[in-house]
Design a protein around this ligand. Sequence first.
Ligand code: PLP
Length: 387
Amino acid sequence: MTINRSIQFAKPWITNEEREAVLEVLKGDILTHGPQNAAFEKEFGEFTGGDNTHCAAMSSCMAALHISYWQMGIGAGDEVIVAAQTHVATGHAAEVVGAKCLFADCDPLTGNIDPDKLESLITPKTKAIGLVHFLGIPCEMDAIMDIANTHDLKVIEDCALAVGSTFKGKHVGLFGDTGCFSFYPVKHLTTGDGGMFITRHKELAEKVIKARAFGVDRNYGDRQIPGMYDVPTLGINYRMSDINASIGRVQLKRIDEILKRRKENFKYLKKTLSEIPDLAILDSQHKEAENSHYCLSVVLDGVLSKRRNDVINSLKEKGIGTSVYYPQPVPRMTYYKNKYGYDSSAYPNAERISDQSIALPVGPHLNTDDMGYMAGIFAETLKEMRI
Ligand SMILES: Cc1ncc(COP(=O)(O)O)c(C=O)c1O
């Protein structure tokens, strides 16, 4: 196969419309907690759940996750069951409020937390489940919510890669108590850096909106005498600026096109790779789970299982950018290993994904022709690795 192009793993999709939106904000005097922020929250709420969704724009997904635990009163002495296969932020959010993480292994076909692993981890101290919709593949929320409701547990949904992911027609983030999205540059939507907290609980949203801005009792625009406010509760500064929000609003207008391109690329690539032996493709398994297709993650099994890094290096030499989601199960990361010890036998599925998977790009910067090209190079590379 002739090598004639370079394929980036991910790339922010920024147009002149985003640039103009930023300049408009900079022409005015309100650079933060202003009208762009409020409009972005309203529009993101309409996109995810309409009247049932309350939103708070945040400085990152990690901020949204942290504020979720904090504002629901979870902290020292509490236990949280966390997905073992996820970004470390899912676990860190529970850790920074002082709770103890107990990790649950994932399903081998989706990478999502395995509901069958939850019950055995529940103790009288368990207060919440911290799950992730892995790579945009929605968790099968029925089973998880049944367990959470039976044991009166809060559910914090890490939706960092799941803008557009739905289960049974409902957007993820609205099944549990809170949903936390990331707008880091290479996500489905970007604001430069940023995040969104969503919840179906109005009172919780009101608490979070206060807590994300120092706990002050009135916003800049609500102050009758400039500079005068009181602080009834503890808070932090997790605001999103109006500059960032203005980018997010333009991006959100393109979300249907973004999701369409990702889906077309994913389906094309999946079909092209589906006959290759020793290769498993992570995807939703439930017919009513709509994946938002952050990337296409393949797991190398059998004779290929030890060649993952060789495949990545060879693809890199051939101009194909890849990534790994995620490089280690969270409990195997040094911080967690040192704190809680690590029992490898408890997370075989998470370990297989961390040690044997490669994430291939499907973003809107690419098209199905790129997918065909990449699949050809990928298949040839795997053949070389079998010799
Ligand atoms: C699943 C998951 N959660 C949380 C985060 C953190 O997002 P942010 O950088 O917006 O805090 C990431 C980042 O990639 C992620 O993949």
